[in-house]
Design a protein around this ligand. Structure first.
Ligand SMILES: Nc1ccn([C@@H]2O[C@H](COP(=O)(O)OP(=O)(O)OP(=O)(O)O)[C@@H](O)[C@H]2O)c(=O)n1
Ligand SMILES: C[C@](O)(CO)[C@H](O)COP(=O)(O)O
Length: 233
């Protein structure tokens, strides 16, 4: 069922990648021959149901114009309105895209730092959440035993993992509800957290470990290996 709404993507890309420890911002680091961010942008732009892909950049971003984004076609819309936190960047992006998007349209928020997203991951989310009254996210059930550390780096407790999932992106919510949620709750690390604070329960849609977030230097090698292995299939 589609009662007239459309799908858009919003890619927060205004971080500095401090945990990566490189001079160049993480989203522009070379990965399999292209800037890291190019992988997610190209994948999102290739999904036919997504009408436009808004990318939220830092207000001063000297790198964006150094690269050729033409492979993304005319769906790609850069917005130089990033904030001090990821939540602020997403909220600023939602405000900046307001003239193109209706309150009931779906917005898929996807980290620039998750370059290994595939069309199949995105289609799975669209299929599972397209008629949901709240929205949902890609995620993965926790597989390892979880330990809580004390300040000396020793194990204080084993934490029950039953029912625990690791949140990924895309996270898919209606534009109006998400903007209201992030305006009221800015202290969140993902969109679902803001929606939960409204008293809603977003749907969990099973993804897989290949949709990793590149956070630490060794994650770059893992992401490159995943992308290259797919190209050789
Ligand atoms: N003020 C910020 C902070 C983060 N992000 C974006 O949010 C995504 C997920 O954040 P993370 O992986 O934590 O990236 P950084 O904040 O850049 O990394 P770090 O925390 O290591 O500095 C990234 O695409 C990042 O560019 C953003 O748009 N605006
Ligand atoms: C949104 C997110 O990708 C879910 O796992 C993640 O929280 C973003 O990373 P951050 O380090 O919390 O900014």
């Amino acid at each position: 069922m589609n009662d007239g709404y459309q799908y858009f993507a919003l890619v927060p890309a205004a971080g500095s990648g401090s945990r990566m420890g490189k001079a160049l911002s993480k989203q522009y680091l070379p990965l399999a021959g292209r800037p890291l961010i190019a992988h997610a942008l190209e994948t999102l732009c290739a999904v036919a149901r997504i009408k436009a892909v808004f990318v939220v950049l830092a207000p001063v971003d000297d790198e964006w114009l150094r690269h050729d984004w033409s492979v993304c076609g005319d769906k790609l819309v850069p917005l130089f309105c990033g904030g001090a936190t990821r939540a602020e960047s997403v909220a600023n992006g939602l405000r900046a895209m307001s003239d193109r998007v209706k309150a009931d349209d779906w917005v898929l928020v996807h980290d620039a730092a998750r370059p290994c997203i595939t069309p199949a991951h995105i289609e799975a989310l669209l299929h599972a959440v397209g008629d949901d009254p709240v929205g949902g996210i890609l995620a993965q059930p926790v597989a390892d035993t979880l330990k809580r550390a004390d300040s000396a780096g020793r194990i204080e407790a084993t934490v029950a993992r039953t029912g625990l999932w690791q949140a990924q992106t895309p996270q898919m919510f209606r534009h109006g509800m998400l903007l209201r949620a992030l305006t009221q709750n800015a202290e969140v690390t993902d969109e679902a957290g803001a929606i939960e604070a409204l008293g809603q329960r977003p749907r969990l849609v099973a993804g897989d470990a290949s949709n990793l977030k590149v956070t630490w230097p060794q994650d770059l090698q893992l992401a490159e290996w995943i992308l290259k292995a797919r190209n050789h299939q």
